[in-house]
Design a protein around this ligand. Structure first.
Ligand code: HEC
Length: 162
C-alpha cells in the first residue's frame, strides 16, 4: 500500500505537489459550515446546483490530493489489489472534480474553461481504465496526461483569477 506522502520520485515535480500538503486542510477547517462563503458564490442555475467551493478550493480539497495520488501511482505502480483500489478511488474523485469545475460559479466562460475541464475528466477516465486493466505503464501515461491538463488550464487561467 502506498503511503500518502513522500513518494515524489519521478513524476512531474512542481508546485502542485508541494502546495498540496496542508493547504487544503487548513482551508477546509477555516470554512466551517455555512460561514464565510467563498468568493464567487452564486445561486446556481436553477437545477438545484449551488456552488459552495471556489475553483481554488476545489483544487485544494479535491483536485490536488486526488491527482497527487494518481501521480504517485504512476511513478510507482500499486502492488496490491487494495492499492489499486485506492488509486481508483482517487481517480474517480479527480474525474468528478472536473465535473464540479464545469458547473456553477466556477465557470468563467463556456469555451476554453469547459474544454480544459473536460480534458481533465477525460484524462482521469483514462487513469480509471488503466487501473481497471491493472496496467502500470498505461497508468503512468494517463498520469502524464492528467498533468498536461492541469498545466494547460493554469497557463490560461491561473494568473487571471488571482
Ligand atoms: C479548468 C481549469 C483548471 C484545471 C483543469 C486545473 N486547475 Fe488548478 N487551478 C485553476 C485555477 C483557475 C486556479 C487559481 C485559483 C485561484 O487562485 O483563485 C488553480 C489553482 C491551482 C493551484 C494553486 C492553489 C492555491 O492554493 O493557490 C494548484 C496547486 C492547482 N491548481 C493544481 C492543479 C492540479 C494538480 C490540476 C490537475 C490535476 C489542476 N490544478 C487542474 C484551474 C484549473
Amino acid at each position: 500500500m502506498l503511503a500518502s506522502g513522500g513518494l515524489g520520485a519521478g513524476l512531474p515535480p512542481g508546485q502542485a505537489r508541494v502546495q498540496a500538503q496542508g493547504a487544503g486542510q487548513a482551508q477546509a477547517q477555516g470554512q466551517p459550515q455555512g460561514q464565510g462563503q467563498p468568493q464567487g458564490q452564486t445561486q446556481g442555475s436553477g437545477d438545484g446546483v449551488q456552488s459552495v467551493a471556489s475553483a481554488k478550493e476545489l483544487m485544494e480539497l479535491l483536485v490536488i490530493p486526488a491527482s497527487n495520488a494518481v501521480f504517485d501511482a504512476g511513478a510507482e505502480p500499486p502492488m496490491s489489489d487494495e492499492a489499486w483500489a485506492a488509486v481508483r478511488r482517487q481517480a474517480v474523485i479527480l474525474a468528478e472534480s472536473a465535473n464540479l469545475l464545469m458547473v456553477g460559479s466556477r465557470v468563467p466562460d463556456q469555451g476554453d474553461w469547459m474544454r480544459m475541464s473536460r480534458a481533465q475528466l477525460d484524462a482521469a477516465l483514462e487513469v480509471i481504465r488503466a487501473v481497471d486493466a491493472r496496467n502500470g505503464d498505461a497508468l503512468s501515461a494517463a498520469g502524464d496526461a492528467v498533468y498536461a491538463t492541469c498545466d494547460s488550464c493554469h497557463t490560461k487561467y491561473m494568473d487571471k483569477t488571482r
